[in-house]
Design a protein around this ligand. Structure first.
Ligand code: AMP
Length: 372
């Protein structure tokens, strides 16, 4: 989950769809437990925000039930100045029925109070309220809230039916208001030998960004014989990827070390889908995001030649043995190349021809970089 922009505002992930599903399921279960056997309730959803919640809720409710929706509208009669509201949508006779109001979110309770009062005068058998989210810190009414999915702090949230100026309802998760991202974060992507490290060295100075190469961090640790280095070495020597958990934790630590950075160039990370997701999650918690993935596209035979050439001087054991090099490509093709689709889906993929002089390629990259 990444941050989203709705008109002028940015929102960061808050509650994911799995958690929402669990909350809704539990709510439906609680309501079901409390109803007398054979009682057929009418669920009344308060539009617009509750439409997704209501749809999921009733699918988790396993007994017979009816569903209806209402909307509170300003009264268009003679005394509209009095701010009287009327309920639009209820036509059925509700006398002697059990009505359960479904709300997406209750904050001050003002709207709900008005709706509650209208239903209270309808001779019901029972009137209950079930809400997906509840803000205890701002609730000002004496109303009984019978079922609460989740109590949350007083944050402005959108998604899963909730909106900001009409937007954001379509997102399957809940997002909270955040600040405008301050960083420029770029993933420099490409197979081994594409020139990521070389280009990153130029770009970090041109744009005043911090360059993090996971390969370099591993090599530094190997040189200093740290525990991390010893662990990584056995994978790297074979041209295998180091396990995700180790790599992700290391990457996070590197980012945290540079808390004041204006942004990062990630080189050699992410290399798997779970690394990409972890990076998205990690940055979005900070209200930041990946601005784009710049991919250096180079044919494989050119790369093998480059790597063997580099191996003569780089001192990298994984650059000298052609079978180890082939394994690195195999790792790239099976685990890493799919990230093109991952970033493409987010409209963040920028492919660049990586064949040419270093300077030519830098120029190609900066053209894209300036637009991000
Ligand atoms: P590089 O310097 O980017 O070519 O990386 C050299 C080696 O370090 C790789 O072949 C992997 O063994 C390991 N490595 C670097 N980055 C990662 C990563 N993001 N995930 C897993 N292994 C990595």
């Amino acid at each position: 989950m990444s941050i989203i922009k709705l008109q002028d505002l940015y929102f960061k992930p808050y509650i994911n769809k799995e958690e929402i599903a669990a909350i809704v399921k539990n709510l439906a279960y609680q309501v079901e437990l409390d109803l007398p056997k054979g009682e057929v309730p009418i669920f009344v959803g308060i539009l617009n925000g509750c439409f997704l919640f209501a749809a999921d809720f009733i699918r988790e409710f396993n007994n017979n039930c009816e569903v209806s929706f209402v909307k509170l509208a300003s009264y268009s009669g003679r005394k509209s100045t009095e701010n009287v509201k009327e309920l639009v949508g209820i036509n059925e006779d509700l006398s002697d029925r059990t009505v359960i109001i479904l709300e997406d979110i209750i904050d001050t309770g003002n709207t709900l109070q008005q709706i509650y009062n209208i239903f209270r005068d309808k001779n019901l058998k029972q009137l209950k309220i079930a809400t997906l989210f509840f803000k205890p810190d701002v609730f000002r009414k004496e109303l009984p809230i019978d079922y609460i999915g989740k109590s949350i702090e007083d944050k402005f949230i959108v998604g899963y039916g909730l909106d900001y100026n009409g937007l954001g309802r379509n997102h399957p998760a809940i997002y909270q208001l955040s600040t405008q991202p301050k960083m420029k974060n770029i993933v420099l992507f490409g197979p081994p030998g594409a020139g990521k490290g070389t280009q990153a060295e130029f770009l970090k100075d041109m744009y005043n960004l911090v360059h993090i190469s996971t390969g370099d961090v591993f090599r530094f640790n190997i040189k200093n014989q740290t525990e991390l280095g010893l662990l990584a070495k056995k994978y790297m020597d074979e041209g295998d990827l180091v396990p995700d958990e180790v790599t992700i934790n290391m990457l996070k630590a590197e980012v945290e070390k540079n808390a004041d950075a204006k942004g990062f160039i990630f080189d050699g990370f992410p290399r798997t889908e779970s690394q990409a997701k972890a990076l998205d999650e990690f940055l979005s918690e900070k209200g930041e995001q990946i601005n784009g993935m710049i991919a250096l596209e180079v044919p494989e035979d050119v790369l093998v030649t480059r790597l063997l050439e580099r191996g003569k001087t780089s001192g990298r054991t994984d650059d000298t043995d052609e079978s180890k090099i082939r394994n690195r490509f195999n790792e790239y093709n099976t685990k890493t190349a799919i990230l093109k689709d991952y970033f493409n889906d987010q409209k963040k993929y920028y492919g660049i021809n990586g064949v040419g002089s270093i300077e030519e390629i830098t120029n190609r990259i900066t053209k894209v970089f300036d637009t991000l």
